[in-house]
Design a protein around this ligand. Structure first.
Ligand SMILES: Cc1cc2nc3c(=O)[nH]c(=O)nc-3n(C[C@H](O)[C@H](O)[C@H](O)COP(=O)(O)OP(=O)(O)OC[C@H]3O[C@@H](n4cnc5c(N)ncnc54)[C@H](O)[C@@H]3O)c2cc1C
Length: 449
């Protein structure tokens, strides 16, 4: 299906560098899956991403807490798609504008590409809900870069707090995690486990006992989509790990020293992790598509944007309702399956066959709390599993979902090491600037420098 591609290197307002059968914006779960399927079928694809790698978001919190290496969650796109390279062209470029009606995409370096069929799978970005100080002082956890920054900031804050502790200034290492969904629960649990098992071992037990983790959410439960039994189990386990859970009050302000809650509570926090919500990528609204809930595009059941012929919107960028009328959440499984389904529908478009409505296979969901402690609710019937079986299931599912056998092997080795020894060989400074800021911020005690 290559012959429709035309090279048109021309200048001027309406010029495009090249026309492709399919242009895909974003190589996350959705875009990558679509590119793979289309490339294998011989469709001429341009895949654009601002990074030269695919990132595996579900394990970012483990990078931030030094449980696994950064290279485990970021795999180069050219390595993933090397078998499809004849048909899939990869460009590392930030897309700055999309024109859905004309099916053109413009990158930051000024190059414009035209598609016969355009796929928008640019994901989401953190939503700070206009909370004063949040964007400035909190650390989001949405990308590899975020995870590297947070990891270095946590190490920097630990160094400073431990130096102050040695000088008996009583300054604690305190982290607040905002958002008690799966991402916030997993992050808070991992930091609390690090304090208990790793800080005690590598610094001192008296210092570890002066450290604290707070988990905050405006709703009155942890893990809102889960059953009450799983929620209760999760809260108990978090509290046993030492996490202080504050529910039912929204964060009203974030500063560099604390967070304020709407009920008047102030919590000291040197590091604030923002896991409170997402909004669709800012590329969507100016693209000329009508946005719905969360700034996402309400797509038709065949995953196309209703008002534009030949435009698909997938994964976190879309509000997807499947063939069974289920409103699907923003999950990796939904994104991946939507990418696969869209590839089939695109092939149908190119060969004059009718498109089919998206049939989502619901395997349920799971969340990790800590070593040997997870919750899972499986299949549409939501069979509940907790503790060690859910923990082993979580590890197996996430190892299986990772891209590449080297990444899978590295994750399994890290998890086995963590389970048996609680050592942290990945506690290295990826981002010196974040480490330095956290290390020296808020201190007027020159002895810590
Ligand atoms: C911390 C975290 C933990 C999660 N844990 C789980 C979990 O355990 N299980 C689960 O099922 N789901 C989980 N999710 C949700 C899941 O990761 C997402 O639903 C999924 O990644 C969405 O896939 P996507 O392809 O739509 O978008 P993404 O995976 O976000 O991919 C979007 C891609 O678009 C690129 N992009 C964005 N803007 C531009 C631009 N302007 N120019 C060029 N490229 C651009 C990005 O670089 C990225 O590669 C988690 C999400 C997060 C943030």
């Amino acid at each position: 299906m290559n012959e429709t591609s035309t090279d048109q290197r021309t200048a001027g307002e309406d010029s495009v560098a090249r026309t492709y059968e399919v242009v895909i914006v974003g190589a996350g779960f959705a875009g990558l899956e679509a590119a793979k399927r289309l490339g294998r079928a011989g469709v001429d694809v341009l895949l654009l991403d601002q990074n030269n790698y695919h990132q595996f978001q579900p394990l970012l919190y483990q990078v931030a807490t030094a449980q696994i290496a950064l290279s485990t969650v970021a795999r180069p796109l050219r390595s993933i798609l090397h078998r499809e390279r004849k048909h899939v062209t990869i460009r590392t470029a930030r897309v700055v504008a999309i024109n859905a009606a004309k099916k053109t995409v413009t990158t930051a370096d000024g190059v414009r590409y035209r598609a016969e069929i355009l796929v928008i799978s640019s994901g989401a970005e953190p939503n700070f809900f206009d909370t004063p100080g949040a964007e400035e002082h909190a650390y989001p956890l949405y990308s590899v870069d975020d995870a590297a920054r947070l990891s270095s900031a946590l190490l920097g804050a630990l160094e400073r707090a431990s130096a102050n502790h040695d000088h008996s200034t009583n300054q604690n290492f305190t982290v607040a995690v905002v958002g008690a969904g799966p991402n916030g629960v997993e992050t808070a649990g991992a930091i609390a486990e690090n304090i208990r098992d790793v800080v005690g071992k590598y610094y001192s037990h008296s210092f570890a006992s002066s450290c604290a983790v707070h988990l905050v959410d405006m709703v009155d439960t942890v893990l809102p989509p889960f059953s009450q039994t799983s929620q209760q189990y999760t809260r108990n386990r978090l509290e046993k790990l030492g996490v202080k859970v504050h529910l039912g009050s929204a964060v009203s302000e974030v500063s560099d020293t604390d967070i304020s809650l709407a009920d008047g509570t102030k919590i000291d926090a040197e590091i604030v992790v923002w896991a409170a919500g997402l909004k669709a990528s800012q590329l969507l609204e100016p693209a000329g598509l009508t946005t719905g809930r969360g700034g996402r595009i309400d797509v038709a059941k065949d995953l196309t944007a209703p008002e534009c012929q030949g435009v698909y919107v997938l994964g976190d960028a879309a509000n997807i309702v499947d063939a069974k009328d289920r409103k699907l959440p923003q999950l990796g499984s939904v994104a991946k399956q939507s990418g696969r389904w869209a590839a089939e529908n695109i092939r149908a478009d190119l060969t004059g066959r009718p498109r089919r409505e998206f049939k989502f296979v619901d395997m349920g969901y799971m969340a990790m709390i800590g070593r040997g402690q997870s919750v899972a609710e499986l299949t549409p019937r939501r069979y509940q599993v907790q503790g060690m079986p859910a923990f082993l299931g979580w590890l197996a599912v996430h190892a299986g979902l990772l891209s590449g056998w080297q990444q899978r092997a590295a994750a399994v080795v890290s998890w086995a090491r963590d389970y048996l020894t609680t050592s942290r060989p990945h506690a290295v400074i990826y981002r010196p600037e974040a480490y330095e800021i956290a290390r020296y911020a808020r201190t007027d005690d020159s002895s810590t420098v």
